[in-house]
Design a protein around this ligand. Structure first.
Ligand code: SAM
Length: 314
């Protein structure tokens, strides 16, 4: 694969914050979404330890140093109206979904794309010999590696970091880290696709497929394309939360971090490339875990599908 850069920003008019080649750390832009996801896991771990156990989430958020997220993660500030309950509940079912996916995968190599503050390489019971590759921006991976080492945490697998931008030639960096495309792989893209432009999502799924030996597995999310009015409602909801956070001196503009508009349906796209998939909606997973049903404002969140599957013999 040759190096290529994203050129699809023009499809997102009004997206002032995202641009070709933009960069971030864990306190800024898209990087802050990784810290927010970890903060939600920390809140969920404290409030519902029977369902989720991410013991590294809170110290990682604390180390990033965004005061509001630290206070929320540590429990000093209750979520109240600063963190929607649905985010906390989704953190529970989402973490459980991906944890189960990896526990059941039983393949020798794992690639966690857009790893952020995911600590699965440290906290899951990997079979001996498993190699876990984590791909994310260099600033993100360097920070996580250093912080977890300072905390005395040790990886439970052969963890290898792949500092790269997923809009560029990341497969070269993955191979340089030792990835072997002739062996089956378990891939995850958790909370990632909406932060990639549509054509970068397609390219990512193509590359994953091209690098997947028979028996490889994949887990990700499939957000249905928006109906009229959906995006305006999503943005208004994110603006509301961003406003409350700004009042707490955390200056972020969540609505500007994602890419909007039509994109290929993930399951249709992958099925056409040979993947055999199953999926559950967020609504189904919440119900299966006995968690509260979604309110009227969150109905589209309930339609998001958690997808996993296998690439059989081609
Ligand atoms: N998967 C993690 C989780 O669920 O906690 C992090 C999710 S966070 C919402 C999105 C992550 O994707 C961030 O860590 C961000 O740095 C990463 N990411 C987004 N776009 C990326 C890109 N173009 N290249 C590398 N990483 C990217």
């Amino acid at each position: 694969m040759t190096a290529s850069r994203v050129t699809g920003i023009g499809q997102n008019p009004g997206m002032a914050s995202r641009r070709e080649g933009d960069t971030w750390d864990l306190a800024s832009s898209v990087g802050a979404t990784a810290t927010m996801a970890a903060a939600a896991r920390a809140i969920a771990t404290r409030s519902d330890p029977a369902r989720i156990d991410d013991r590294f989430a809170e110290p990682l958020v604390r180390a990033v140093g965004v005061d509001l997220l630290t206070r929320l993660a540590s429990g000093e500030t209750p979520p109240g109206d600063l963190v929607e309950q649905v985010w906390i509940d989704v953190a529970k079912v989402r973490t459980g979904f991906y944890d189960a996916f990896f526990r059941e995968s039983a393949v020798p190599q794992v690639v966690i794309l857009g790893a952020g503050l995911d600590s699965r390489a440290y906290r899951l019971p990997w079979p001996a010999g498993t190699v876990v590759y984590e791909v994310d921006r260099p600033e993100v991976l360097e920070f996580k590696t250093r912080t977890l080492a300072e905390l005395g945490a040790e990886p439970a697998a052969d963890r290898r970091v792949v500092p790269a931008d997923l809009r560029e030639d990341w497969p070269a960096a993955l191979r340089d880290a030792g990835f072997d495309p002739s062996r089956p792989t378990a891939w995850s893209a958790e909370g990632l696709l909406g932060y990639l432009p549509p054509e970068a999502q397609d390219r990512l799924l193509d590359v994953i497929t091209g690098l997947s030996a028979e028996g490889s597995r994949l887990a990700t999310e499939n957000r249905p394309n928006p109906r009229p009015g959906d995006e305006a409602r999503t943005k208004a909801g994110l603006d509301r939360i961003s406003g409350r956070w700004r009042e707490q001196r955390f200056d972020t503009d969540m609505a500007k971090l994602r890419y909007y508009g039509e994109r290929h349906d993930v399951e249709t796209y992958l099925a056409a490339r040979g993947w055999v998939l199953t999926a559950s909606t967020v609504r189904e997973l919440l119900a299966a875990h006995g968690l509260a049903p979604l309110g009227d404002d969150d109905l589209r969140t309930g339609d998001v599908r958690y997808v996993s599957g296998v690439l059989p013999r081609r």
